[in-house]
Design a binder for this molecule. Structure first.
Ligand code: TQI
Ligand code: ZN
Ligand code: ZN
Length: 169
């Protein structure tokens, strides 16, 4: 079953159209940006929320950045594997990914030769759930389930994820 953060924080009714931006220094490729847009679409399909990319990082509701090691928010990244990414509860909007992972952007992760390869879209869909206010779920096929097997791609929202997000928005 899905859960919320303590106190059930959520984006206010006045903010149904959320903007997101990428840290300019990361200089992400269009392929990477497309993965984020697909991940946001999965949540906008089942809610009244919309997500629009903007160029202004500091003004964006959701700020996406790849960092390595300590990046001064009290939650340092830890190199290969371990923590892959983290996101804060509403309405903080920070979504950080560990730049030390070997992220798979396209192609079939299930046939990747690297045991440490991690599917970017799978992790991003999960972190967006946190950004929107979902905690972890006890349902194994849910996106918000707290573990994922290696070389796995899990990007489709489960019924449990949809019920949870529709209770919030
Ligand atoms: N990062 C953890 C996560 O996002 C960070 C975390 C732990 C957390 N407890 C939390 C975030 C409570 C918010 C609330 O769950 S992670 C997975 C999964 C991680 C793990 O790097 O361990 C995914 C990130 F589910 F696959 F294990 C994304 Cl999809
Ligand atoms: Zn961080
Ligand atoms: Zn999580």
């Amino acid at each position: 079953h899905y859960s919320f953060f303590p106190g059930t924080p959520r984006w206010p009714n006045s903010k149904r159209n959320l903007t997101y931006a990428f840290l300019p220094e990361n200089q992400l490729s269009n392929d990477v940006k497309t993965v984020f847009s697909r991940a946001f679409n999965r949540w906008s399909m089942v809610t009244a929320l919309t997500f629009t990319q903007t160029e202004s990082f500091n003004d964006a509701d959701i700020q996406i950045a790849f960092f390595v090691g300590d990046h001064w928010d009290g939650e340092p990244f830890d190199g290969l594997l371990g923590t892959l990414a983290h996101a804060f509860s509403p309405t903080n909007g920070r979504l950080h990914l560990d730049g030390d992972e070997s992220w798979v952007v396209s192609g079939d992760i299930t046939t990747s030769s690297s045991t440490s390869a991690v599917d970017l879209e799978s992790v991003t869909v999960h972190e967006i759930g946190h950004i929107l206010g979902l905690g972890h779920s006890s349902v194994e096929n849910a996106i918000m389930y707290p573990t994922i097997s290696s070389r796995t791609r899990k990007v489709e929202l489960a019924n449990d994820d949809i019920l949870g997000i529709q209770e919030l928005y």
